[in-house]
Design a protein around this ligand. Structure first.
Ligand code: FAD
Length: 525
């Protein structure tokens, strides 16, 4: 009864605000079982994201308990003469309002299971592990940390990760989902067997390589444009027990990238003769090597850039891991030793630590807790993530790391290469047109502390300057987690893939009501 009342109120508010002339009883007959809420706390949460750069309040928030709840709501929006828009929101860790909408309903995919739950007591499905087949079926709003915890009970784990696990499955699959395993296993979107998707017409479809394959490929990396992922079937492997985690430093960029590229070129087998994870980061700040991802460099053993002969004041850190089982620890030592011998880092700069696999995967969460305790997590994040073609990465280093950035970064700068042949060209994600390309992630936080170089305005300007530099220098970067505000820019981003992207949109969300926060298409009210 309480749910029905809440629903009536929410729908009436929708009607009043959008100016709908629909009969509320007609909408009530939808029988949306999930909770449609206009609670100010829900609206406020859905108005914001991790970036804290934009704010857009929806008319209501749906807490779905099943794919059917979502299908009913989408059908209503699609079939109505006076539509409202719908944005799936996972964990809201976008930067530029990609999961927001002002003129409609946010479908809160993550978080309905824990905390207060739904008034009806119904909840989205729990992960279901198929141990023999080595895959897991998960709800689209499931967080990766919970996927990991469920699969570990069977001694299994997904193969491809993001650095941070408090992101939803639907959210990362709408982009790509990358980390240091991507060179080997491909991004997360290359490790999915099957999806259930509610399209922009309100149809609930199962799709895979074999079934509704156009929809399957379009949705992966599709920025939420073609449907809402309600279930994903994710490939698993036996979970390692422990991880040897190593960091080594370079003063020369060419040595650093040569070694990174060598490591990602090693054949998949034998697995003993390659690392399991290859990332890296750039250190341009003067003084101690210290940032939110490098608690690893022990403060008892501070390293000064000046003592390492950094090239142009910049150092590069290669970060690699080897997974292992306790029973094979000795062999792991030898394998690591022999791989390190082939690399050209500063000999005195080897930092090694050893930890449980789950602690390695969940490493960024520890940094999050530290930053939260200092009030440095909930600040604006003008992040810039770029895919840079291998042929131009040295130009990027000269122009950006040793040029535009000066000696200030305001956050970690990740850099690691990936093999394009691990990315399925049929997916919607856009990558540079070269066999190897780098992720360069400028993960900056803006602070309101009176220091000009840490202000939001300064960092936004610097981002624009970097993009302009790439344009002028003929570096054909592609934005990862892209953000554009005009369709012309989006067409440029997609290049030759635009026509197909557009066609898929017309087929699966012809009224352009889904994920309007991406600002690619305008709803046709
Ligand atoms: P949201 O912000 O909620 O949504 C993102 C987009 O996806 C929106 O357009 C939304 O409408 C759509 N969407 C959400 N759920 C669904 C669904 N079920 N079906 C269809 N569309 C949906 N990315 C990496 O690849 N690697 C990393 O290592 C990495 N680390 C990160 C660390 C931090 C601290 C943060 C803040 C982000 C990081 N990201 C990383 C980026 C992250 O993958 C994306 O921002 C992702 O979209 C966040 O997931 P979310 O659940 O918060 O998505």
């Amino acid at each position: 009864m309480a749910t029905k009342l809440l629903l009536t109120f929410a729908i009436c508010r929708l009607i009043v605000t959008v100016g709908l002339t629909l009969d509320p009883t007609e909408l009530l007959r939808l029988g949306v079982d999930g909770q449609l809420s206009v609670d100010p706390t829900d609206l406020e949460t859905a108005s914001l994201d991790f970036g804290l750069l934009t704010r857009a309040e929806p008319l209501a928030v749906l807490h779905p308990s099943s794919a059917q709840d979502i299908a009913q709501l989408v059908k209503a929006a699609y079939g109505s003469n006076h539509m409202f828009t719908l944005s799936a929101r996972g964990h809201g860790h976008s930067i530029n309002g990609q999961a927001q909408t002002t003129n409609g309903v946010v479908i809160q995919m993550s978080g309905s299971k824990g905390g207060r739950g739904l008034a009806s007591g119904r909840k989205p499905p729990q992960p279901r592990v198929w141990a023999r087949e080595r895959y897991v079926d998960v709800w689209g709003g499931e967080l990766w940390i919970d996927v990991l915890m469920s699969t570990l009970e069977y001694g299994l784990a997904p193969k491809s990760w993001t650095d941070y696990l408090y992101l939803s499955v639907g959210g990362t699959l709408s982009n790509a989902g990358i980390s240091g395993q991507a060179f080997n296993h491909g991004p997360q979107i290359s490790n999915v067997y099957e999806l259930d998707v509610v399209t922009g017409k309100g149809e609930l479809l199962t799709c895979s390589e074999e079934q509704n394959s156009e929809l399957f490929h379009a949705v992966l990396g599709g920025l939420g444009q073609f449907g809402i992922i309600t279930r994903a079937r994710i490939s698993l492997e036996p979970a390692p027990q422990r991880v040897r985690w190593i960091r080594v430093l370079y003063s020369k960029f060419s040595d650093f990238t040569r070694d990174q590229e060598y490591l990602i070129s090693l054949p998949a087998q034998p697995a003993s003769q390659k690392f399991d994870y290859v990332e890296g980061f750039v250190i341009v700040d003067q003084g101690l090597i210290n940032n939110w991802r490098s608690s690893f460099f022990s403060p008892r053993n501070p390293v000064k850039i000046s003592s390492l002969g950094a090239d142009g004041g910049v150092l590069y850190c290669l970060e690699i891991t080897k997974n292992y089982h306790e029973s094979t620890a000795d062999a792991t030592d030898q394998e690591v030793e022999s791989l390190l011998k082939k690399l050209n880092f500063i000999p005195t700069s080897v930092f090694t630590t050893d930890l449980l696999y789950v602690d390695f995967l969940d490493r960024v969460h520890k940094a999050e807790l530290k930053l939260r305790s200092k009030g440095l997590w909930e600040v604006p994040h003008p992040w810039l993530n770029l895919f840079v073609p291998k042929s131009k990465i040295a130009d990027f280093d000269k122009g950006v790391f040793k040029g535009i950035l000066g000696n200030k970064t305001s956050g970690p700068i990740l850099i690691y290469p990936m093999n394009k042949n691990k990315w399925d060209h049929r997916s919607s994600v856009v990558t540079p047109d070269e066999d190897v390309f780098y992720l360069v992630a400028l993960l900056r936080s803006a602070l309101d502390n009176g220091e000009e170089t840490q202000s939001l305005e300064y960092l936004n300007n610097q981002n624009r300057q970097i993009l302009r530099f790439c344009d002028d220098a003929g570096i054909n970067v592609k934005q990862y987690l892209p953000h554009y505000t005009t369709q012309e820019e989006w067409m440029h981003h997609f290049g030759n893939n635009w026509d197909r992207f557009y066609q898929m949109k017309m087929e699966f969300d012809p009224r352009h009501i889904l994920a309007t926060g991406q600002q690619i298409f305008t709803p046709t009210f």
